[in-house]
Design a protein around this ligand. Structure first.
Ligand code: FAD
Length: 456
């Protein structure tokens, strides 16, 4: 029998920590989870959920505009930002309670406060020490702000989700998924939006054709692009801000949002005290069972900086609990994970990009189609959809699928199952389409080109 207070002490009550706690407790372990802020973590409190609710809100304006082409007479519509934030906060608080109840029902002790590791098997919260046979670090990540003069004047995604007023003009610094998503949210809710990004294209790591396509779609939606541009500083000017760009341009806006990446929450945790290695970016390196350099200390989710998504943190937490407390060793599987960017239009992908596929397989077959969705025929909106499949040259096994379209996230989930099952192009061809839909394009792609490499 263990001489410790707990079999497992989890630091961080977000996606990964909560899943690991509940599953471990279900296997009979005595579990505690410490959370310094609010149960649910980034996803529920200041990430996926509030962001998606705001994305929904931002789509109505566009729908109202588009409806005119379908015969609707629409009077001048207005949006109340504060009502949206209030409604969103109520839903987030409801979900937080759901998390509390789930932990309670599972018999997990939830402790409010910041936890630090003070000994090999000892964690301290609010000056109270607890011992545990195993410790799981699931502390997530925090927005990083560029080190420029005036950096303290910038807001991050967490601030935007709590903001009480909509900015009339906003500059978003960054070109990743959070930048693209918030550009759509602000635009849809009536702000004038600039995106300032040091790269030539948005969404680094995505397929190059997709990156080009989403850049031109966002620009067509009247988002002002400042690509291959750096930021030099921010200054306050009365009630507004001046954002100084490397090109010499000065943007006058009401809010500057930094969406320039996230830093793993590994500082001041006491990791060095017990010999847990941390890399140069602050991430905790782990093996495929999520074990750190210290035998009984594990880490899951964003703090390990593997693939920073909620379903991944949950999967890693589950695999950890199955391995350590369920007697079923399971490695975290990071293959074939579908990704979605809730920009407008959305971007979604699973598997390899054309560039990765060429690098691994040498020569691949690429099927792609760019077309005007049916809805645009009457709405008059200047939009184009991209659908793309990449297949192994000889077996025609599908290596990657990519889509830029409204509801792309909903479409890619089914395609991801097909890829996980090893589907070939022939399987796609043998499947009848749902007509008329954007998704049917995936089963009607006919013309292929061979690709050995693409210029980025
Ligand atoms: P978290 O959920 O961040 O949980 C970590 C918890 O640990 C936090 O609650 C924190 O308060 C707590 N903590 C930290 N240090 C301590 C300490 N010392 N003591 C006690 N508690 C501590 N992912 C998706 O899959 N889809 C999306 O659409 C999506 N959208 C996003 C939008 C935004 C704006 C952001 C910021 C992220 C988004 N993500 C999305 C990413 C997703 O939220 C994270 O990958 C996920 O929440 C990671 O889970 P985690 O358990 O690792 O960490």
């Amino acid at each position: 029998m263990s001489t410790h207070d707990f079999d497992l002490f989890v630091i961080g009550g977000g996606s990964g920590g909560v899943r690991a706690s509940r599953i471990a407790a279900g296997y009979g372990a005595k579990v505690a989870v410490a959370e310094e802020h609010r149960l649910g973590g980034t996803c529920v409190i200041r990430g996926c959920v509030p962001k998606k609710l705001m994305m929904y809100a931002s789509q109505f304006g566009m729908a109202l505009e588009d409806s005119k082409g379908f015969g609707w007479g629409v009077p001048e519509a207005s949006h109340e930002w504060q009502s949206l934030i209030r409604a969103k906060d109520i839903e987030v608080a409801r979900l937080e309670r759901v998390y509390e109840e789930l932990l309670g029902k599972a018999g997990v002790e939830a402790i409010k406060g910041r936890a630090t590791i003070v000994g090999a098997h000892e964690v301290r919260v609010n000056d109270v020490s607890f011992t545990a046979s195993h410790i799981l670090v699931a502390t997530g990540a925090t927005p990083d702000v560029p080190e420029i003069p005036g950096a303290e004047l910038m807001v991050t995604s967490s601030d935007v989700l709590a903001m009480q007023h909509a900015p009339e003009r906003v500059a978003i610094v960054g070109g990743g998924y959070i930048a693209c998503e918030f550009a759509g949210i602000f635009k849809g809710l009536g702000s004038k939006v600039w995106m300032v990004h040091r790269g030539l294209k948005l969404l680094r790591g995505f397929d190059e054709q997709v990156r080009e396509h989403i850049g031109s779609e966002l620009a067509a939606n009247d988002i002002q692009m400042r690509l291959a541009n750096t930021i030099v500083g921010v200054e306050r000017k009365h009630n507004a801000y001046l954002l100084f760009l490397g090109s010499g341009e000065i943007l006058e806006v009401d809010q500057v949002m930094a969406a320039t990446g996230r830093r793993p929450n590994s500082g001041s945790l006491g990791l060095e005290r017990v010999g847990v290695h941390v890399d140069a970016r602050g991430a905790i390196p782990v093996d495929s069972f999520s074990r750190t350099s210290c035998e009984h200390i594990y880490a899951v989710g964003d703090v390990t900086n593997r693939l920073n998504l909620t379903p991944v943190a949950i999967h890693e937490g589950q695999a950890f609990a199955d391995t350590v407390f369920g007697g079923m060793p399971r490695r975290a599987d990071h293959e074939g994970i579908p990704l979605a960017v809730f920009s407008q239009p959305q971007v979604a992908a699973v598997g390899l990009t054309e560039e990765q596929a060429c690098a691994i397989h040498g020569r691949v077959r690429v099927y792609s189609s760019v077309f005007r969705p049916m809805r645009a025929a009457l709405s008059g909106r200047n939009e184009r959809v991209l659908v793309k499949l990449i297949a192994e040259a000889t077996t025609e096994r599908i290596l990657g699928a990519h889509i830029v379209a409204p509801d792309a996230a909903e479409i890619i989930q089914g395609i991801a199952i097909a890829l996980k099952a090893g589907a070939t192009k022939a399987d796609f061809d043998a499947t009848l389409g749902v007509h008329p839909s954007v998704a049917e394009e995936f089963v009607t792609l006919r013309n292929a080109r061979y690709s050995t490499s693409r210029q980025s």
